[in-house]
Design a protein around this ligand. Structure first.
Ligand code: DGL
Length: 255
């Protein structure tokens, strides 16, 4: 079974991509909604959450886990993997590969605050392509906005807020924007309005394409677990259109 992990609904696009690539795969999505948002926490606390989440997947018997959270991928992937006890991949390297493959040279990286402070995407880009210019912008309001359904690309209030948050990116003149948090994919239409013509690279989409085919066999089952209220998660997930209505969502508390 392939596990997919995020703090909230951000990784559902990764789940959907895996489902369409491997219709026979058994999939298990776990969202640590009790501790969301991760991005404003200290590295030590993020590592603790990652260990606890990894342990859950170990207990569920995952064959591999795709961490669909940029924050855990940047700060705590090793902790997560040690606790899970199975192959674990993050979202940093696949998107960095895609950007360097396309020869981009000025990369604006949008992520949670913790990811931005870690500079992990910057370091991976520079290691792969020395001389690339990067600017990391932490966007602490984006995850709570998306979780609460505020991501419409034509909302003038959102556009003006995003414009203020992303203003330093305008004077950087990027030739690529790396969405380093899986929640930000839902804000892509809004971000594209602020940076017309600049290609967006979603870390989740790149990672979903990198899950090895050998994990794609099974009976096509899907289980969804959350660490807090399942109904609240269902509401948030269904607003994004990436989780079919009727999929059972179970509380992982006490497991
Ligand atoms: N989707 C997570 C990420 O990619 C959100 C982190 C958070 O909970 O702040 O970083």
């Amino acid at each position: 079974m392939i596990g997919v992990f995020d703090s909230g609904i951000g990784g559902l696009s990764v789940l959907a991509a895996l489902r369409s690539a491997y219709p026979a795969a058994d999939l298990l999505y776990y969202a640590d909604t009790a501790n969301l948002p991760y991005g404003g926490r200290s590295p030590a606390l993020i590592r603790r959450f990652a260990k606890e989440a990894g342990k859950q997947f170990g207990g569920w018997g995952a064959d591999c886990v795709q961490v669909a959270c940029g924050t855990v991928s940047s700060l705590a992937l090793d902790d997560f993997a040690a606790a899970a006890g199975c192959p674990v991949s993050g979202v940093v390297l696949p998107v960095v590969d895609a950007i360097t493959r396309d020869g981009r040279r000025r990369v604006l990286i949008l992520s949670t605050e913790a990811t931005a402070r870690s500079r992990v995407f910057d370091a991976a880009l520079t290691a792969k392509r020395p001389g690339v210019a990067t600017l990391s912008l932490g966007c602490p309001l984006f995850v709570p906005l998306v979780e609460n359904g505020f991501f419409a690309g034509n909302d003038p209030a959102l556009l003006s807020l995003a414009g203020r948050i992303l203003a330093p990116g305008q004077t950087f003149f990027p030739d690529a924007i790396l969405l380093g948090c899986t929640h930000f994919r839902l804000l892509a239409p809004l971000i594209s309005r602020l940076f017309p013509g600049v290609p967006l690279y979603d870390c989740g989409e790149a990672a979903a394409g990198a899950v090895p085919e050998r994990f794609g066999r099974g009976n096509g089952t899907l289980r969804v677990y959350v660490s807090d209220d399942p109904e609240r998660f269902r509401l948030a997930a269904e607003r994004t259109g990436s989780l079919s209505p009727g999929v059972p969502i179970t509380s992982a508390a006490g497991e």
